[in-house]
Design a binder for this molecule. Structure first.
Ligand code: ATP
Ligand code: MG
Length: 558
C-alpha cells in the first residue's frame, strides 16, 4: 500500500522517536465520533493514521469517541466500520469504544478531586461564560473553586447518581483562570446528560468531555502518537496536563496536521446531515455526497482515494485543495483499470438498409486497449442500431468528425457506415437514419479509399439492453460553498443529477456486478449501482466525465 507521503513531517517525528528509543513500536488510532458518516476529510485522517502504523510496522486502533450519546447511533457505528474496511485498512484487534472506559475515566476524575485538582462548579452556562473571560481578558475564579475535597467528592457522587438536573453542576479541572490559553481556564471534565447511551444504556447520567476523555483513552490503549487536526493545537497543553496529573499507564503525545478542505465541497458533518435531512440528497450515501459511502456509490475506488490523500501530502497548514485533484486521481485509476464498454445516452436509430434483417454478427472487442488480460467481450452487430443523436447531422463542416449525410463514420469496434437518408417526423425532427455498411471494413479502411471521419459508439437495437443512467455532477456550483457565513444551501448545483431513463447499453453490461466500474467510451466513467443495478433493470451512475475525448486517441472528437 502507498505510504502517506514521502516527506511527511509525521514520519520524520516517528522515525526520530524510534531511533531515540522514545517509543519501541508505533500505535496510532482513528477516533471518529459516531455522529455521521465518514467523509473525504476523514479518509485523509484514516490514511494518515493507518498509513503511519503500516509504514512503521505498528498498529492502528479504530476507536469510537462516543461521549455525546444524543447525536450518536448504531447506524453511524456500522457505516464507519464498513467505510474503513472498504478503504482497505484493518484496525488492530476489536473495534474500541471510549464508552468502555467510562468507569476508568470517572475513577481518574475522582483522583483529580482527591488531589485538589478538580472541583464541582454550580455556575450556570451563562455565568460560566462570563467568568471565563475573553481572549484579551483573563477569567475569574469560580466562587465554587475552593470547595473542600470531601464536599467535591460528595457532590460528584451525587451528580453520578442522578441527583441533579442537566446544567445544574459540572466537574471542572482546577488549572488557571488567567491562562492565555482559554482551554486551560478550569475546563469542564463532566457534564450531566440524562440520556441513554447506545453502548452503556442507562448506566451513566454524566458524560466526560472530549478534552477529558481523549488523551486518557489514548493512554489506556497505549497510543504513542495521537494525531489530530490543527484545531486541536490549542488543546495540546490540556492534553498534556491530564497525562501529567493522572496515573495513566502510558504517555501518548498529540500531533496536529492540517484539515483537508476540498474546493466545491462541504465537510462539516452538521452540514452534510442537513443535506440529508432536508432531502437535498438521497441519503448519506448519495453519490453526490463527499462521504466515503457516497464516493463508493459514485464509483470512486479505494485505491484512488488513497492515492489522492497521498498526493496532497500531510502538512501543518489548513489549505483548500482543488477537488479536481481528487477527480484526476479517480480518472487515472479508472483509465488504467476500468473495462471499456459502449452506451448510447441519447439514442437515435440507424437502419443499415443493405444488412440482412435476420443476421446478427458476434463481433468481439478488447475490454481494455492496453490490458489484454482483461479479455474480450462479445458485441452483437445487427441491421438496426442506436447511435447518439449528437453523433449525426444532416450537414456539417469539416470539424464535425461524426456521421453526416452522404459521409462515413466508423462504428467503434465494427464496420464503417455511410449515411444515406434522414427519416423525419411531421415536426421535421430526425427520427431514424438510413445507412449502408461499407464491406470488408472490420479492422480495415474502406477499399475505395474514402476514409471515415471519426469513430462513434453504438449499440445493437435488437441485442442491446435498456438501462437507467444517472448523470451526476458536482453538488455545489461554488468553489467555497460554506466559506465564512455563506449559506451553502444557496450554492447547490441544480444540475447535479440528471437521470436518463432509457439509455442503450451493449448486452454484456447487463451482467455487470454491482459496484463494477466501466469506461463508457466517449462518455466517461460509470459504475453499476451498488443497490439498484440488476441484470433485468441495469442502473449505472456516472462517476466522472472523461478528461480527454477520443480526438487524442485517434478517434472522433467532441
Ligand atoms: P465533529 O465536529 O463531529 O467532531 P469531526 O469532523 O471532527 O467532526 P470526528 O468524528 O471527530 O469528526 O473526526 C474523526 C477524526 O477525523 C478526527 O481525528 C478529526 O480530526 C479527523 N478529521 C475530521 N475532519 C477532517 C478533515 N477535513 N481533514 C482531516 N482530518 C479530519
Ligand atoms: Mg471531532
Amino acid at each position: 500500500m502507498e505510504k502517506t507521503s514521502a516527506s511527511n513531517f509525521l514520519e520524520t517525528i516517528i522515525a526520530e522517536d524510534l531511533a531515540a528509543g522514545r517509543v519501541s513500536s508505533v500505535v496510532t488510532r482513528f477516533p471518529p465520533e459516531p455522529n455521521g458518516y465518514l467523509h473525504i476529510g476523514h479518509a485523509k485522517s484514516i490514511c494518515v493514521n493507518f498509513g503511519l502504523a503500516e509504514t512503521f510496522g505498528g498498529r492502528c486502533n479504530l476507536r469510537f469517541d462516543d461521549t455525546n450519546p444524543e447525536k450518536e447511533s448504531q447506524e453511524y457505528i456500522d457505516s464507519i466500520q464498513a467505510d474503513v474496511r472498504w478503504l482497505g485498512f484493518t484496525w488492530d484487534g476489536e473495534v474500541r469504544f471510549a464508552s468502555a472506559y467510562f468507569q476508568q475515566l470517572f475513577d481518574w476524575a475522582v483522583y483529580l478531586v482527591e488531589r485538589g485538582d478538580a472541583y464541582v462548579c454550580d455556575l450556570n452556562a451563562e455565568q460560566a461564560r462570563e467568568y471565563r473571560g475573553t481572549l484579551t481578558q483573563p477569567g475569574r475564579n469560580s466562587p465554587y473553586r475552593e470547595r473542600p475535597v470531601q464536599e467535591n467528592l460528595d457532590l460528584l457522587a451525587r451528580m453520578k447518581a442522578g441527583q441533579y438536573a442537566e446544567g445544574e453542576k459540572v466537574l471542572r479541572a482546577k488549572i488557571d483562570m488567567a491562562s492565555p490559553n482559554m482551554n486551560m481556564r478550569d475546563p469542564i471534565l463532566y457534564r450531566i446528560r440524562k440520556v441513554p447511551h447506545h453502548q452503556t444504556g442507562d448506566s451513566w447520567v454524566i458524560y466526560p468531555t472530549y478534552d477529558f476523555a481523549h488523551g486518557q483513552e489514548d493512554a489506556i490503549e497505549g497510543v504513542t502518537h495521537s494525531i489530530c487536526t490543527l484545531e486541536f493545537e490549542d488543546h495540546r497543553p490540556l492534553y498534556d496536563w491530564f497525562i501529567e496529573h493522572l496515573p495513566v499507564p502510558a504517555r501518548p503525545r498529540q500531533y496536529e496536521f492540517g484539515r483537508l478542505n476540498p474546493s466545491f465541497t462541504v465537510t462539516s458533518k452538521r452540514k452534510l446531515k442537513q443535506l440529508v435531512d432536508d432531502g437535498v440528497v438521497d441519503g448519506w450515501d448519495d453519490p453526490r455526497m463527499p462521504t466515503v459511502a457516497g464516493m463508493r456509490r459514485r464509483g470512486y475506488t479505494p485505491g484512488a482515494i488513497r492515492k489522492f490523500c497521498q498526493m496532497i501530502g500531510t502538512t501543518r497548514s489548513d489549505g483548500v485543495v482543488d477537488v479536481a485533484m481528487l477527480e484526476f486521481a479517480i480518472r487515472e485509476d479508472l483509465n488504467e483499470n476500468a473495462p471499456r464498454a459502449m452506451c448510447v445516452l441519447n439514442p437515435l436509430k440507424v437502419v443499415l438498409v443493405d444488412y440482412p434483417d435476420s443476421k446478427v454478427e458476434a463481433l468481439s472487442a478488447a475490454c481494455h486497449p492496453n490490458r489484454p488480460e482483461l479479455g474480450e467481450r462479445v458485441l452483437p452487430f445487427s441491421r438496426e442500431l442506436y447511435i447518439d443523436a449528437d453523433d449525426f447531422r444532416e450537414e456539417a463542416n469539416k470539424k464535425y468528425k461524426r456521421l453526416v449525410l452522404g459521409k462515413r463514420v466508423r462504428l467503434r469496434n465494427a464496420y464503417v457506415i455511410e449515411a444515406l437518408e434522414a427519416v423525419k417526423d411531421d415536426a421535421g425532427n430526425v427520427v431514424e437514419v438510413h445507412a449502408r455498411v461499407i464491406a470488408d471494413t472490420l479492422g480495415n479502411d474502406p477499399a475505395d479509399g474514402i476514409k471515415p471521419k471519426g469513430v462513434i459508439q453504438w449499440v445493437s437495437a435488437s441485442r442491446g439492453r435498456q438501462a437507467t443512467v444517472r448523470l451526476y455532477d458536482r453538488l455545489f456550483n461554488h468553489e467555497a460553498p460554506d466559506k465564512g457565513d455563506r449559506d451553502f444551501m444557496a450554492h447547490i448545483n441544480p444540475e447535479s443529477l440528471r437521470v436518463v431513463e432509457r439509455a442503450w447499453i451493449e448486452p454484456s453490461l447487463a451482467q455487470a456486478t454491482p459496484e463494477q466500474g466501466f469506461q463508457f467510451e466517449r462518455e466517461g466513467y460509470f459504475v453499476a449501482d451498488r443497490y439498484d443495478h440488476t441484470e433485468q433493470a441495469p442502473v449505472f451512475n456516472r462517476t466522472i466525465g472523461l478528461r480527454d475525448s477520443w480526438s487524442e486517441q485517434g478517434g472522433a472528437g467532441e
